[in-house]
Design a protein around this ligand. Structure first.
Ligand SMILES: N[C@@H](CCC(=O)N[C@@H](CS)C(=O)NCC(=O)O)C(=O)O
Length: 200
């Protein structure tokens, strides 16, 4: 079975799905379809009316949004679920995922404000608000127990921190967060992360 992933090279949400696909051994079942979400008549809207990437076209339908793409992929491999369906790890994993995913969302909002609006309309208040969300969430994550186990939370966190390095290095997220920084050094060396390094 071949699936098609609407793809934009610098999107952290696309990378999240790709890392997940590598971790579950499904990467070679996915063909990447480049799409520019900023083109007014982008073809992505044929599959995803929201006009966003990622969207995964499969024999079972098109799935829009990174979490749903990962949920679907998680049903296709024989290994342990990366999105725990039950057991004590389910809620902590989903909570960490939500924080990491929310950091990506805040970073994307800030990048969009800076790169997609005429300079005179960039509102510093929006940038400050998004940065505050990111910094608070980093501080919260730094208090959480992190493992190198591959799951939806750790793969998303890896992508979130990589995206901060890529688009918001001025936030210096490592400062005062030695354990999180060490966690990332190890996690980002995984094949799945190395194979999906973003490009501008
Ligand atoms: N919640 C969605 C967010 C996806 C998203 O925001 N994608 C960005 C690229 S990183 C996009 O397509 N933006 C275009 C737009 O907002 O119109 C997910 O998890 O996939």
């Amino acid at each position: 079975m071949t699936m098609k992933l609407w793809y934009s090279p610098a999107s952290p949400f696309v990378r999240k799905v790709l890392v997940f696909a590598h971790e579950t051994g499904l990467a070679d079942k996915i063909a990447l379809v480049p799409g520019n979400v900023w083109e007014p008549d982008t073809k992505i809207t044929k599959d995803n009316p929201l006009g966003k990437v990622p969207a995964l076209s499969t024999p079972d339908g098109v799935f829009a949004g990174s979490f749903l793409c990962c949920e679907y992929l998680d049903t296709l491999h024989p290994g342990p679920r990366l999105i725990p369906q039950d057991g004590p790890e389910r809620w902590p994993v989903l909570q960490l995922h939500a924080f990491a995913d929310g950091m990506i969302e805040a970073t994307v909002a800030s990048v969009t404000e800076q790169l997609r609006r005429p300079k005179e309309y960039v509102y510093q208040g929006t940038l400050d608000r998004q940065n505050a969300k990111i910094m608070r969430t980093l501080d919260r994550i730094a208090t959480m127990k992190l493992t190198q186990t591959s799951n939806i939370a750790t793969t998303t966190l890896g992508c979130a921190l990589a995206y901060l390095d890529f688009r918001a290095p001025q936030l210096a997220w490592r400062d005062g967060r030695g354990a999180l920084s060490q966690w990332y050094e190890t996690f980002s060396a995984r094949k799945s992360m190395q194979a999906t390094v973003p490009h501008a």
